[in-house]
Write a protein that binds this ligand. Structure first.
Ligand code: PA5
Length: 428
C-alpha cells in the first residue's frame, strides 16, 4: 500500500460500515462498466492495457527531444496539459535551467503571457508537443498557430515538421488532419479516456519522457495502484476510504470546500491537476465539494487565519511525505539576532515535520476542522504513477456516491458558446 488514508485527524465521525454496500454496488458498476459515463472507463485497465508500441515511440521521441532541443513547448489546456505539468514539476522541480526546459502555452489567452513566451522562444531551439483531442480548442489552437509560424518562418517548413509532435484523436479532428497533412509524428488520445484521466496516456507521458522522467516506472506505479484498489472492502481499499470520507463530509456534515494541502512548492501543479479531476468530475447538478489547494507553510501566513478561525465550511486533505529528498542544515549565526540558534545544526526536514505536526494539531484540536491525511513515503516516478491512478479511482467512486457522472463536463461549454457568440464565430 503506497498511500495510506489516515483518519485519526478527523473531527467528525464517519461510519464506514454504513457505506460498504453502496461502495460494493458502485465498484461493480465501475468494473462492469454499467454506470453513467461508462464509455470513459478506459483508464481503469490502462496501466496494463496501454499500447506497448506507442510507449516505445513515446520514449524514443522523448529522447530525441532531449538530444536535439533546448526547450519543449507543451501546448494544451485542462486535461491536455495539467497532468504532464504536475508530474514534471513534482519530480524535476521548477527550475528553468533543467534541460530541456519545459514551457507551457495553449492554456491561456493572455496576450502579455503569450508575447513574453514568444519573445523568449524567438532565438531558442525548441520543439512543440501540441496536445488536443478536438484540435479546435481556442487557447491551444491560437498558441499553436503562433508557435508553428515562428518555427516555419525561422527554421523552414521541413525543420518545423521534425520539431512538432501532435497528441490527438486517433482518426479524426482538426489536429489529426493537419498532422497527417504535415507528417508530424502523432500520438493518440484514446477515445475512452477523458482529458482529466489521461495523464498516463501519451497526453502526459510524452512531455514527461522528454523531461527525462522514467515513464515505465510511472506506469508500474499505476499498475500497482490498480491492484491495490481492486478489492472494494473499505478496510483495505484506501482510495475508496478517501472517497467515502469526502462524500460523508459533504453529505452528512455539509462541508462545501476541500483544501488539498502539501508542504512542497513544486507540488502546486499537482494541486491544479487534482482540482480539475475532482472539480470537473463532481461539480454538477448543484452538487459537489469545491476543490481548492494550498501549500504550507507558505499559505499558513495567508489562508492560515481563515483555516484556524474562519467558518467551518471546509476540511483539509494533507498529502504528507514521510521522507525528505534533501536534508539541509540550519547554519549557526554568531549574532543570533533572529534567536534561531536553537535550530542550528538541525535539518530543515525535521523542522518541517514539526511544522506539520503543530499545524495538524492546531487545525483539528483547536480549530475543530477535519483533516484527512494521505501518507506517502516519498515522491518518485513510481509513487506518482500510483498516486495519479489512486486519485482517479477514488474520484470515480466519490462522484458516483454523489450520484453524478464522473466523466462528463457539460458546464465547460457554456463560456465557450458565449465567447464564440461575442467573437462572431459562424453558427454561434
Ligand atoms: O478534461 C477535459 O476534457 C478538458 O480539460 C479538455 O482536456 C480540454 O478542454 C482540452 O480539450 P482538447 O483536448 O479537445 O483541446
Amino acid at each position: 500500500m503506497i498511500i495510506e488514508t489516515k483518519t485519526e485527524h478527523l473531527v467528525d465521525h464517519i461510519d464506514f460500515a454504513k457505506y460498504q454496500t453502496r461502495v460494493n454496488e458502485i465498484n461493480d458498476m465501475i468494473v462492469n462498466k454499467t454506470g453513467l459515463g461508462n464509455d470513459f472507463l478506459g483508464w481503469l485497465d490502462w496501466p496494463i492495457n496501454y499500447d506497448k508500441e506507442e510507449l516505445a515511440r513515446i520514449k524514443k521521441a522523448g529522447q530525441y527531444i532531449r538530444d536535439n532541443y533546448d526547450i519543449l513547448v507543451v501546448c494544451g489546456i485542462g486535461g491536455s496539459y495539467l497532468g504532464a505539468r504536475a508530474a514534471i514539476e513534482a519530480l524535476r522541480g521548477t527550475f528553468r535551467s533543467n534541460k530541456p526546459e519545459i514551457i507551457y502555452l495553449g492554456q491561456s489567452l493572455d496576450p502579455t503571457y503569450i508575447q513574453e513566451n514568444m519573445e523568449y522562444l524567438q532565438d531558442k531551439k525548441f520543439a512543440i508537443n501540441v496536445i488536443s483531442k478536438s484540435g479546435t480548442t481556442t487557447e491551444t489552437s491560437v498558441s499553436f498557430r503562433l508557435l508553428r509560424n515562428l518555427l516555419e518562418k525561422r527554421d523552414g517548413v521541413e525543420a518545423a515538421r521534425k520539431a512538432i509532435f501532435a497528441t490527438t484523436d486517433k482518426a479524426r479532428g482538426a489536429l489529426y488532419t493537419l498532422s497527417v497533412q504535415e507528417g508530424y509524428e502523432r500520438f493518440v488520445i484514446p477515445d475512452d479516456i477523458g482529458g482529466r484521466y489521461s495523464v498516463l496516456t501519451a497526453v502526459g507521458l510524452l512531455p514527461i519522457a522528454a523531461a527525462g522522467i522514467d515513464v515505465d516506472e510511472m506506469l508500474a506505479g499505476a499498475a500497482e495502484a490498480r491492484l491495490d484498489t481492486m478489492n472494494p472492502d473499505l478496510n483495505v481499499n484506501e482510495a475508496y476510504k478517501y472517497a467515502v470520507i469526502r462524500h460523508a463530509l459533504w453529505s452528512e456534515y455539509q462541508k462545501q470546500v476541500e483544501f488539498f494541502i502539501t508542504y512542497v512548492p513544486s507540488f502546486v501543479q499537482l494541486g491544479e491537476w487534482w482540482k480539475q479531476l475532482f472539480g470537473e468530475s463532481e461539480g454538477k447538478e448543484g452538487k459537489g465539494l469545491l476543490p481548492d489547494s494550498a501549500t504550507f507553510t507558505t499559505d499558513l501566513h495567508s489562508l492560515g487565519q481563515f483555516i484556524q478561525q474562519g467558518s467551518h465550511c471546509f476540511f483539509e486533505t494533507t498529502l504528507h511525505l514521510t521522507h525528505h529528498r534533501h536534508w539541509i542544515k540550519v547554519p549557526t549565526d554568531e549574532q543570533d539576532l533572529d534567536h534561531l540558534n536553537f535550530l542550528a545544526g538541525m535539518g530543515l526536514g525535521s523542522i518541517q515535520d514539526k511544522a506539520y505536526e503543530g499545524t495538524i494539531e492546531a487545525h483539528t484540536k483547536v480549530g475543530k476542522n477535519n483533516n484527512v491525511v494521505l501518507e506517502l513515503e516519498r515522491m518518485s516516478a513510481h509513487n506518482l504513477g500510483y498516486l495519479f491512478y489512486w486519485f482517479e479511482k477514488s474520484c470515480a467512486m466519490s462522484a458516483y456516491l454523489n450520484g453524478v457522472n464522473p466523466f462528463d463536463q457539460p458546464g465547460v461549454e457554456v463560456y465557450k458558446r458565449n465567447m464564440f457568440h461575442l467573437l462572431g464565430k459562424p453558427g454561434y
